[in-house]
Design a protein around this ligand. Structure first.
Ligand code: SAH
Ligand code: F3S
Length: 479
């Protein structure tokens, strides 16, 4: 999956793998939204695998259909509603079929889902997946089942995720859940609850097992990984109440990164997402120390205007963000950055928008994920501010940031031409089956001709001779 955020206008991705031969029931599980949802789906598949379910890619043959949903923008929710309506006929023909909604939409809409969508039998929030076996039993008795309780502790640390539909080379490992930041536009703190960190030992154990099973790259996942803090369990907010012993032995993100890099020295390590307000230079120092930590940071800024950043409750200024990037580049000169931007946030003026464009030029991002502001019910922005930028203006501004990012990406890709890069082979190129597809440390996608003896999962040295806006073209350096 080279794209961080799946375009929510597209259909979700369904996964299937060969699982336990003794299992007789079939689960169709489709994920929408961010990487965290894909990672959560692997936990869900693992829990249901124990309950007699194997996954299938064919909804028509499923006994249970689960959609792991996203609420981040209105469009994401509309896509899921549309998808649900497609299962109506199937449900009429097969009354035994159960349909469930998981994830952020389940958490946001709760019982409303059962009332509004007659075909939904099960509603489960992101912290309640362990309860799925009980909930399924309830539906067998003909009742609707719901659990949307958010937890302060749940990290699913002990659950070994079933790796779904992957390439066997790259995997996600969740390190924090929830978010305490309360950016005013964002629904995540409401749907995923308080921020908590996972025990570093269980993270390292999972990474080691992945390496032993042939994986070559892990992405450490969290809404805000730089805020990681382990002191023995519990939400980050309660750290002040921790004992002296717990405080003295606490592990922060830079330390965790160091521990993982040492534990699996040949594994490539990535992480996402970083919030500028919590990012410390110690993370870049750790990166500089270890060759296996990839030179790439996804560092969403959302806007280049100080006034808008403040209205969004982002806890840093434009200048502080620029200073962070400058300092990071001094420590790790070849580090690449990508952004998330929201255009058309409440009260955004043309001058604010120009500030966003000029920040992008100043930073020269490798990639970007850009969105028009979508008002989310219940968020602070919805409660206190008017969604007052007209849709046509949002659309035009969005196109301008997308066009500019295109230019910047092309320029950054060009800067990789004429050099040798270490590329991890992730699979066959979609365009040409005689070519491999992989990424360099900076997360740039590279395609090159297959040579005999090369396999998926190999790290190869590739000379890059050309580029497009999003792809490097290369050839293997034969030693
Ligand atoms: N935890 C991440 C972001 C999670 S949401 C962070 O620290 O930034 C992923 C992205 O979706 C955000 O970065 C933001 O750019 C976008 N997004 C979130 N809420 C949105 C909304 N209401 N409208 C449009 N885009 C939004
Ligand atoms: Fe959302 Fe801000 Fe957290 S964007 S996920 S509230 S860091």
């Amino acid at each position: 999956m080279e794209q961080k955020y799946i375009d929510e206008t597209k259909q979700g991705e369904a996964f299937a793998i060969a699982e336990r031969p003794e299992n007789t029931k079939k689960l169709f599980l489709e994920s929408y939204g961010c990487q965290m949802n894909f990672s959560d789906s692997e936990i869900v598949a693992s829990i249901l695998n124990e309950q007699g379910y194997n996954t299938t890619l064919v909804p028509e043959e499923a006994d249970l259909i689960l959609l792991n949903t996203c609420s981040i923008r209105e469009k994401a929710e509309q896509t899921v509603r549309k998808r649900l309506s497609q299962f109506k006929n199937q449900k009429q023909q097969n009354p035994r079929l159960k349909v469930g909604v998981l994830g952020c939409m389940a958490e946001r809409l709760k019982t409303k889902f059962l009332e509004e969508e007659q075909l939904v039998d099960i509603v489960v929030g992101p912290d309640a997946y362990r309860d799925l076996p009980n909930l399924l039993k309830e539906t067998e008795d003909g009742r609707d089942a719901i659990n949307v309780i958010l937890s302060k502790e749940e990290t699913y640390a002990d659950i070994n995720p079933v790796r779904l539909g992957g390439n066997g080379v790259t995997a996600f490992v969740t390190i924090t859940r929830g978010c305490d930041n309360m950016c005013t536009f964002c629904v995540v703190p409401f749907t995923r609850g308080r921020e908590r960190s996972r025990d570093p030992h269980s993270i390292i154990k999972e990474c080691r097992e992945l390496w032993e099973n042939g994986y070559k790259e892990v992405t450490l996942l969290g809404q805000n990984v730089d805020s990681y803090l382990w002191y023995g369990g519990g939400p980050k907010k309660d750290f002040a109440k921790a004992s002296e012993m717990q405080k003295a032995t606490a592990v922060d993100f830079a330390q965790l990164l160091d521990m993982v890099a040492v534990a699996v020295p040949e594994m490539r390590i990535r992480f996402s997402t970083s919030n500028p307000q919590d990012m410390c230079l110690s993370v870049f120092r750790t990166m500089a120390k270890h060759k296996n930590i990839c030179r790439y940071v996804h560092l969403p800024v959302q806007s280049g205007s100080d006034r808008i950043l403040q209205l969004m409750n982002r806890q840093h200024t434009r200048q502080e963000y620029i200073d962070l990037i400058k300092a990071a580049r001094e420590i790790v000169p070849d580090v690449a950055f990508s952004q998330d931007m929201i255009v058309g946030f409440c009260t955004e003026t043309e001058a604010d928008h120009q500030d966003t464009l000029s920040l992008m030029r100043e930073v020269e991002y490798d990639y970007g994920y850009m969105f028009a502001y979508s008002e989310r019910p219940g968020t602070p922005a919805h409660k206190k501010m008017a969604d007052d930028v007209p849709p046509e203006t949002k659309k035009r501004r969005l196109q301008e940031v997308i066009d500019l990012q295109g230019e910047l990406s092309r320029k950054r890709m060009q800067s990789y031409v004429g050099r040798v890069h270490e590329i991890l082979i992730e699979g066959t190129s979609k365009r040409d089956e005689n070519q491999w597809k992989g990424r360099n440390s900076q997360n740039a996608v590279c395609v090159f001709d297959k040579l005999p003896g090369q396999n998926i999962g190999d790290m190869v040295r590739v000379f890059v001779y050309d580029n497009t806006q999003g792809t490097l073209k290369g050839r293997t350096v034969e030693e």
